[in-house]
Design a protein around this ligand. Structure first.
Ligand code: ADP
Length: 356
């Protein structure tokens, strides 16, 4: 039955009700593959397995306690690289990162004072709405679904819920609701936006794009890795001197470099590193600040979108100029509510993994 015309708040309410009536199980196809990594594995082995199966994260399993042991994500690898760059010789770092066993990562992350791999999980039959509330709180941006074996009472990792899967599920199934999300993304404050006026200290912080982290083609990969690690973000727009967006460098790109065996390649410039990108790189998805959330859901429906770079539209004085960035967590927060600390606000933003 077709909906009557909905106002923006009514459409949001309808989406939340939809999520309350579904469970995480509904999001998954009938059959899927799940890669779980033993905490005894060495980092190198783990990376090989992840690259082989084309996944960028995996739940960890502690065999001795027979328990889920947190999520291993690209962000963890970024922290490792960051740590070794500061603590050991460069040649030693290469070898050390790879020899490390997954269970030791927590110690490094403690030393770095970055949030530990979150242990947060949810039962697959809980309402999808609750799972989404957890999803926006975990800096891993993915939530393992854990059930109990009725025979043994032991934990069973069923699958991993990601923001992308949830938003795709909504985009595919809720067109009759999302079409009413007509306010523009910037109006709704979805995403992070350049605000030169509010740069708190323009003399010491000459970043024209404050509070956005950006890089140029001449920035080194290592400097970008530092931004990823320090600010808890997973992508940085690459701009020219006029602020025009040329590309986007992502945490997954660093993993590709590492796979190619060249930790030294962190000394490459972004321009050089981009040449190593896989030929099937899907491209950078952009939108205008005037686009509606409805339009963004239409994009998510047809493309594999992980974030959108917001650029000035064709009718603006500087078409293509960087305006902002919208991550999937920004969209999730807009749908679920704003009572949650932001993941990109830097280290320490994530305080309550276990306190839920
Ligand atoms: P997600 O949380 O979906 O994995 P990110 O880690 O990229 O995405 O983003 C986390 C938060 O940081 C979001 O609120 C996003 O708007 C913001 N953010 C993303 N990229 C940048 C950037 N380059 N500079 C500043 N903030 C960013």
């Amino acid at each position: 039955t077709p909906h009557r015309t909905l106002t923006h708040p009514e459409a949001l309410e309808a989406l939340r009700n939809f999520l309350k009536e579904r469970s995480s199980y509904d999001v998954f196809p009938v059959s899927f593959r799940l890669i779980v990594l033993d905490t005894q594995l060495k980092v190198k082995k783990a990376l090989d397995v992840m690259l082989l199966y084309g996944v960028v994260s995996a739940p960890l399993w502690n065999t001795s306690t027979a328990k889920f042991a947190g999520m291993f994500t690209v962000q963890d690898v970024i922290h490792l690289i960051q740590y070794y760059y500061h603590t050991s010789s460069w040649e030693g770092a290469t070898a050390d990162v790879e020899q490390f066993r997954l269970h030791s990562i927590r110690d490094i992350e403690k030393a770095l004072v970055v949030p530990p791999p979150p242990l947060l999980s949810v039962h697959p039959l809980r309402p999808l709405y609750d799972a989404c509330r957890y999803l926006i709180r975990t800096h891993a941006r993915r939530l393992p679904l854990i059930d109990r074996d009725t025979q043994t009472g032991g934990e069973v990792v069923i699958s991993v819920l990601t923001q992308y899967r949830v938003l795709k599920f909504i985009a595919v199934n809720c067109r009759d609701i999302t079409q009413y999300l007509t306010a523009s993304v910037q109006e709704m404050g979805i995403g992070s936006y350049v605000s030169p006026e509010s740069n708190p200290d323009p003399t010491n912080n000459p970043n024209k794009y404050y509070p956005l982290a950006t890089a140029t083609m001449q920035t080194t990969v290592f400097d970008v890795v530092h931004m990823f690690s320090e600010q808890g973000i997973s992508a940085v727009p690459i701009v020219d001197s006029d602020g025009k967006v040329l590309n986007l460098y992502e945490t997954v790109d660093v993993i590709t470099l590492v796979r190619n065996g060249a930790y030294q390649s962190l000394d490459l410039t972004i321009s050089q590193a981009l040449k190593q990108r896989a030929v099937d790189f899907p491209g950078v998805v952009t939108c205008s600040p005037k686009d509606s959330l409805s339009a963004i859901f239409s994009l998510i429906k047809i493309r594999r979108v992980h974030r959108l770079v917001v650029v000035q539209g064709r009718d603006d004085p500087n078409p293509g100029r960087l305006v902002g960035i919208i991550s999937l967590s920004d969209i999730m927060r807009a749908l679920i509510g704003h009572d949650i600390p932001l993941g990109g606000a830097g280290v320490g933003a994530e305080v309550v993994d276990k306190a839920l």
